[in-house]
Design a protein around this ligand. Sequence first.
Ligand code: ADP
Ligand code: ZN
Length: 605
Amino acid sequence: MTALEILQQQFGYDNFRKGQAELISHILQGQDVLGIMPTGAGKSICYQIPALLLSGLTIVVTPLISLMQDQVNALQANGIPAVWLNSMTDRESYKKIFRLIYQKKIKILYVAPERLETASFSRLAKEILISMIVVDEAHCVSQWGQDFRPSYLKILSFLQSIPTRPILSAFTATATQEVANDVIEILDMHQPFCLSTGFDRKNLYFAVDYPKDKFHALIEFLRTRPEETGIIYCISRKLTEQVASDLNSNGFPAVYYHAGLSNEKRCKNQEDFIYDRIKLIVATNAFGMGIDKSNISFVVHYNMPKNLESYYQEAGRAGRDGSHADCMLFYHPNDIRINQFLIENSADQLDENTRIKIRQKEKERLYFMQAYCSENQCLRKYMLEYFGEKAPEYCGNCSFCQSHCEKFEITLEAQKIISCIYRLYQKNIFLSEIEIANILLGCALKKYEIYQDISTYGIMKEISLNQCLHMIQILVQDGWISRGEHEILKLNRNSATLLKEKRNIFMYRKKKTVTKINYHSEKAISENTELMKLLKKCRQKLAQKEHVPAYVIFTDITLQDMCRKCPVSSMAFRSVEGVGRVKLEKYGDAFIKVIKDYQNAVKTI
Ligand code: ADP
Ligand code: ZN
């Protein structure tokens, strides 16, 4: 089988997403890889598919138990032989799993880094074929990352103890260049193929608000989304308890989570949330690392977090399945003071010198976080540039863009620009954007006289040169045209689409008067809410029966696709995004029945 066939048949997806095919192919050629992809981009598939194609066992090192269990549940649901081992595994199961591994019946093994040091593991490493070691959340090896875990430093010695060096692949969502270099060096990666797909999460709406009364604002926010699941992050343990209790007494059932709870209570609250028994969790930043729940519709930060790395990671837990999701931050100047205090008083076992350096770095990071909240530019642009990525002036999907800017359509202008480039191309003339803009504007300079017989000369007379250049820039940014050497504009595959099909292109400009901050994006409304409810119910029933979280059965995206396609045959069901061979067999009939019943009920009304 090829990688694509596995994607289609086992995972039920038609195409690879950005970066996946390249990473997989490099792994399969035996090269180490470092994949930097934002949360929800689909990192797991990049190592899971090669793991199935490589001859031996793949060991995935991952920091948190909950993450392992989720991943393994999801793999098993697709019929893939995967298991996990951690401190919660009892002796009997441990033995059984080792037996299965020696019998070569397991392809993917998830472990916590501490496991690698045990005697049984050293033996295993010498006695069976290990094809690949995967380091998930790889930024944890770096002291400069925001989640340094000393146990990650042990991965290298384990790797070195394996007789034939396996392929090493590392993945993270949050790597600045500094951290990426650290990962490569500390893990001693061999000439790795590095790929970063960029950090942007287009489906997330970012907003900062400055409410006088945060709790009131929270309630107002929650009222607009009664059916949705979300996380509310608070800066202290005490505050999580207080906010959760106030929410409960205001009719919003919520649990809380922080590191001071007993193990039992923490697990229970987390599970209630993950298994959709409760929709709201109020938590400190101890919650969430490795939480793979894909249907989180919003993340509210009740306080400003300590840096943008943490913010982007925590907020990024929303919308992992690709649906629209909202990330709200409630800012108050007090948040700065509390964060400063936390930085000054953090307990650690570092030597004095390192501690001073790290604190300095954390203060710098706090400064950038605070600037994010000061609301004078597009939030997405600010964040992406912080992570070293270029971004357009306006994104149209953040509170700044929505309250300070207005959207207007430029489809017609876009078509004019593209046909101008095309007319010139027909005459074998290639020009830069300023020249193209001048032709469109019908510039009277002598230099442009020779273009007067071109049909697009002067067809955009009514706008200014700056406006025209801005539009060209947007078309380049969004990939409708390309910029070649010497700033020459060229058509590409997308250009023709824009001329032939009706695609709407938009631009943003500053509003004269600023409007109130929106509490959520202009949401894509799910087409068929009634059917969606029934499908969710069916999913919940199956999930309870199998003791797995609902999204392990199907994600919301898959249910939405069912609403769109309304499949009533097995074949049609197989075409739904996220339905592979195994899931078709296991769940097809149940969901098809729901769809049929729904259609019959609608007919009889
Ligand atoms: P990450 O680890 O990068 O945060 P995941 O690996 O958990 O992301 O993937 C996020 C979601 O995207 C999962 O529900 C996954 O099944 C889905 N996904 C991954 N690859 C694809 C693909 N090629 N097409 C459609 N969905 C995909
Ligand atoms: Zn924006």
